[in-house]
Design a protein around this ligand. Sequence first.
Ligand SMILES: [Zn+2]
Length: 369
Amino acid sequence: MFNGYFVDDQDKVYAELLSRDGILKVEHVEVSELIVLAKELLEKKPDIVALDYRLDEKLTKIKPDQTYKGSALAQHLRDVAIDHPERDFPLILVSSEEKLQKLYRPDRTAHDLFDRVYTKAEILTESERVQAESIDLCAAYARLRNLEGKYEVVDLTGIDVDDADQINFQEFRELVETSKAPHLVVKSFYRQLIKRVGPLLSMDDVAARLGVSTDSVQLALDALDDSGARYKGLLSEGWPRWWLYRFDRWAEKIFGGRPIRIPANARAKKLSEVLGNEFSAAKSPWNGRDDELISFSCACCRLPAEIRHSVSLFDSTVPRYSTVPRICWDCVQTDRYLKVSPPLVIADSEKELVKDVLRMDRKTDEVVA
Ligand SMILES: [Zn+2]
């Protein structure tokens, strides 16, 4: 059973929405003076703390001149964790969509302090997923606290020792193994491994590589699990992932080579024969055809998409062992990529192409005046 605290002066309902019977109990805590509140939280030995970015509205316990932002409290708690890694715990930022939109621009660094950022709407509509992720964060920190600073990538990823080369990337290893506290290990795992397409694939990535719709991919995931492809390391309960090298070996047996060189409809047919199930082919988000060479999940709409109708994003932090994220032309032409928070940034080298896509006919791929 994990114990959590939700710091906010309004909206007590979120403490309940984050809780799960018998596994995670989140209590509401009122805002008080920063040092007093930090001490109170630390004394409770929490497994997780969630807070709103705006702690300076509708105050009851503190005077207006003692107000502070959620990031100030988070920074204080993280500083304590560096000196006392055995007391480190996950921090979650919970805020309204509107406040987050504003926050992303002036104060990007505030996000770095938190393990996850959730909007209140997201917690209301997807509480099961948010709970599962929060519980997995609690479990990850509990495991890391017990390791007393001995963080080893092979151990933490749970990879077979014989396959350790598949995760032996110096930049990742150095980040993890020299970390001073659990929150730094979790940050590296989440940002460098879980969130990216590299050694691990998400459900959306697997569907795209198989050329099938995300709705029909489950039976293939079950087969992948049976073949031992499921990732079982840190954060694997909250964020299901599959090892790329295991996926490649498994797919090779079914398709006799790299599946992404075969049109999506032919791949779906082959997979249906081999696994005895009806897989539906992934359709191009751009032209709706099911015979495209679908190969990746769009970084914006998450739908399976094809390289020839996509552009790459600008991302200065892509590690060498992951792929540069791409978005489909549908997300370009509809401006969807600008409406997500934070907005996605297309690579400069694609700027001319983007101008064309904005005026392109989807049936002919011809630019119309
Ligand atoms: Zn898209």
